[in-house]
Design a binder for this molecule. Sequence first.
Ligand SMILES: [Zn+2]
Length: 646
Amino acid sequence: MLETDLVIVQIDESAMLNGQEVCDRLKKDNPNLGMPWFVFTDANKNVLADATGPNGNVGCPMMPEERDWFIDGVRKSRVNLSDAQIDELKLLLHKYAIEVIGDEAGALPTTTAPPLEATTTDLLIQYGADRSALQRTWNIPFSSINHQRHIDFENRWLAWVEIAQQRDYPRNGQIDLALLHNHILSHIAELQLTRAKQKDVGEHLWPVLILNALLEAKAKREFTTPEKAARILNGAASNIDRLIDEVDFDAVDAVRSQRIYRVLGSSKRLLDAWFDFGMDYDPLFSWWCEQPYNTLVEKVDDYRELFAADEDEIIGDPIGEAALLQQLGYAMIPYSPDDLVAIAEREFAWCETEKNKVIAELGARNWTGALRMAKAVHVAPGEQPAMIKELHDESVSFLRERDLLTIPDLADEVWRMQMMSPERQKVSPYFTGGEVISISYPTDGMTHEEKMKSMLGNNRHFSRATVHHELIPGHHLQGYMAKRWNTQRSMFYTPFYVEGWALYWELLLWDLNFPQNALDKVGMLFWRSHRCARIIFSLNFHLGNWAPQQCVDFLVERVGHERLNAEAEVRRSVQGGYGPLYQAAYMLGGLQLRALSKKLVGGRQMSLKQFHDSVLKQGPIPIAAVRANLDESVKISTMANWEFND
Ligand SMILES: [Zn+2]
């Protein structure tokens, strides 16, 4: 933050040429003061403040009066820093001092605490609103000012949450604060990971980074003169020429190329907006900037093309074991990736046993034969919506007859159907749901192969196994309830809850004999083994063990996917903006909920219906936090350590 105003120069008195001399001159009044020592000067080297306080050197300001002396120096020398920023600096220094010298640093001032009248719900909503406002303002990739602003923001809120946690809020509020604390830490980790990945390709992007000065100024509502802007644009363009000559493009691997390609894309979009802001509205801007801008845009496009990937190639960006462990921690899953793969293999083995029973029942030769029999049972073109409705009615009747959960009439009234576009069907071969179920089925413009693939994939038995996943009790009912209960928790969205809930029902419905015949079982087992496979391939991918192509082969061989669908699945998983744990979250979240049900319902603390109704009211939070909400005996501070896989 200090860089906003100051040029920071470090002088080492012993290691630097003339270091001692310069230090002595600066410390003219008292050369015997120890190190470290600091001095603030203006641009003309006039001393504005220094580290020589009333009681000696405060070069390392830790005690309250030492910190005040330092902050006073910042105040005297500031040009741009706002009062709020100085307050923030003061708070950060205070927190650091607490870390270093403990209680002696003094308690955090109450003026920096969140308002006393705020409920925990207010605090969650305020954090969410603050963060998205900041993100709308500071969204410049690769900018260190941008990065620091977000880090400072998260740290400030972290301090607030820690203060609020000392207050006497009710238990569910305390859980919310613990979730917020966890959530902020996950954002800090994410910021650092993004920063590290960006730095890793920095050498190929520096000419474009020069342009960030323009975007940063705009974010701060500062005005760059058109002449200066033109100079920056022109400089960047000639630097790109140099890079094109110098870079050995063959040495940049596919993962890095993709990263560079994406950053250049978003930088360009931001620059376009920056340009449109001045162009035509400011005559001098047009005069100076139009020409260099057009030249630059062409060069950025040419340069970006050099990093473009082959369209058919699947390229992901594995996050590695350390980041994976960190993310598991934030999801409150106390297991290593290896443990989780072992759980997946155990569930897979269960599927294999059941598959063999079904193969025998059907008289099929093998699993592929059984799948072929199920795929053959599909409706004629045009009839899929009627079938989806029929399957939905069937599963809702099943739930109601057994009184498994509350289904509000309105929830059942308002879900709707639409047909999925042929373009989207290419990456999303099966229907998707929520309040609107988007139906994947052939259109007359598709090739014969595409039509057949779509009809076979969306056969009755595969669909019967997942209509409830998408509608009721799955995503639609879940979304319906999440908009009505604990809405402040929506920002904690986690697939362990969202996909875990839908998957939990796949497990439970099997146990309740939902499948009516062997082909229904084929459908359910196809999906269930697919969920196990998702854990195995996605974790191995992010650990760096498997390349995307190995993941595709695995899905074809172990689950029985058609190759094109397996490719679409892997592409979506590693390239499509899903978090690294998304694919693993289905089965793991489902197993967590099953374990929780076993404990609470099995232990007669509540009925199965009460359990389901209560889970739906919690909002999309880690299942370990759902558990803490439903079971008062769980300690909030250690709720994340729940070992559900006993
Ligand atoms: Zn789902």
